[in-house]
Each structure stands twice: as C-alpha cells, then as structure tokens.
Design a protein. Structure first.
Length: 254
C-alpha cells in the first residue's frame, strides 16, 4: 500500500543536509513512527515557506506524508519551537549534536520508540535550561549502551553474581567486578568508588526525574574516560561531533 496521506506528527529535528540544487534532507525523530528522513523541496531558497520550521534544534508538531520506505515529505510545521540556548551556544550545540548523532546510530529507522523520543526531548530540554551538558551526555551514553548490544551488569558482580560494597569495572566481564574478584581481570579499570557510584546511578536514573546532580571535575573526567573506553572497544562508532567534543575538552585543559 502506498501511503500518501498527510498526517500530523510530533518530531524533534536530528539533522539537516543540503540535497541537490536547493532541496534539503531533514531527519526527524518522530514520536509515533521513529526516525524518518524527509525531503523538503526548495528549502534553501529565500523565503522558503518551511525554512523557519526546519532550523537546527527545532521540535514540535508537523504535518507530512510519512513513508514506510524511502523519503517522507514535510508539508508544514504547526507548532514548532526551538531549543534556543542550544542554538546560540557552540558548546551546548556540540553536546546536543553528539547526543542526537548517538541516538541516530543506536536506533533503527522507522521503528517507533516512545521511550527514546521522550528521553531525547528531556535531554535537550535539560541542556537548553542550563543543566550540566556533560552529565546529561553521560546519562544518555550509559542508557544507550544496551541498544548498541552492550549491556553492562550494573547491579551486582558480573563474575560471582553477589551484591558487594566495593566494585571496579571490568570490560572482560562486562560490568561490575567485586573486590574479591579483582584478580580475575588484570585489565580492570581501577576506578574509584565515587565514579562507580555515578555509573550505577546514571544507568538507572529516570531521565524526566533528573533534578540536581553535581559531580566534581575529577569524577567527571573519570566518567568521560570510562565511557570513552567502553564506546571505543565495545561500540566502535565514529562521530564527528564526538571528535569536536574531545577537542573542546583539550582546549579546556590548555
Ligand atoms: Zn564477585
């Protein structure tokens, strides 16, 4: 069946690409149909009617033809907002772009995922409202791991299965390793208990209930290192936005 009926949908713009002479490809995370790529004709022309509703970091209610396969078509934007602080700040912009890039890699196209549609909305809203973007990014990274086929054991020791009070993280065992089992993995990450605490918290936290999390500079650095290690060795994706964040990190240190 060919689907040509225009209908309303809620969407968050993930990214846009110039296409042909004056058209644009715009990818949305939609609430009910998952990620969809839309063709917007003559979008780059001056006074293009849809230009204002497909600005980077837009979200809201749109109308269009959602195709099961191939490109969808955008007809109009009805109630469209913009994450303004993110749009206006190169650093927030970089974190938001990375988060959306990760989500684009983790989720299949055209499969509805209400949970991640909401989580993306909350993540961007928190960043837009001034919440620490590094922490929001860490939470998204940890919670996306199962979608990349990596599901670390954060509840108890991955080797003996027991609940203990002191843990390290072991890639070999895919999760926490209790002190009694440290000898099983000489390449364990040698993490301090504060970092372990936040890793466990972030893996379980309900994104919409985040209120106030303050993590010191040192622990944030550790969290960044662990997540980079897990992503490098077990996920293996290569995002330009992540390289940009890494560069920003280096500038901070200089
Ligand atoms: Zn153990």
């Amino acid at each position: 069946m060919v689907n040509t009926k225009s209908r309303q949908f809620r969407g968050i713009l993930l990214y846009r690409l110039k296409y042909r002479e004056s058209d644009m490809l715009v990818k949305f995370m939609t609430a009910t149909a998952g990620k969809k790529m839309f063709l917007v004709r003559r979008a780059t022309k001056t006074h293009a009617p849809l230009a204002s509703v497909i600005l980077p970091f837009s979200y809201g209610t749109y109308e269009g033809v959602l195709k099961t396969n191939g490109l969808s078509y955008l007809d109009s934007g009805n109630q469209v907002h913009n994450f303004e602080q993110i749009s206006n700040d190169i650093i927030l912009n970089a974190y938001a772009t990375y988060i959306m890039g990760l989500l684009d890699q983790a989720l299949p196209d055209s499969v509805a995922d209400q949970h991640w549609f909401k989580n993306l909305y909350y993540a961007l809203t928190f960043i837009n409202n001034g919440f620490d973007p590094e922490i929001i990014t860490n939470i998204v990274e940890i919670q996306l791991l199962p979608l990349f086929g990596v599901a670390p054991e954060w509840h108890h020791c991955a080797a003996c299965g027991l609940d203990k009070s002191v843990y390290d993280y072991s890639e070999k065992y895919g999760g926490l390793l209790c002190a009694a089992d440290f000898a099983l993995d000489s390449h364990r990450m040698h993490l301090d208990q504060r970092t372990i605490y936040y890793l466990r918290q972030f893996s379980a936290i309900d994104m919409k209930k985040i209120t106030h999390i303050q993590v010191n500079r040192e622990t944030k650095k550790k969290l960044r290192q662990v997540l980079d290690k897990i992503y490098d060795s077990s996920v293996g994706i290569n995002l330009k936005s992540k390289h940009f964040l890494d560069q920003m990190d280096r500038w901070k240190l200089d």
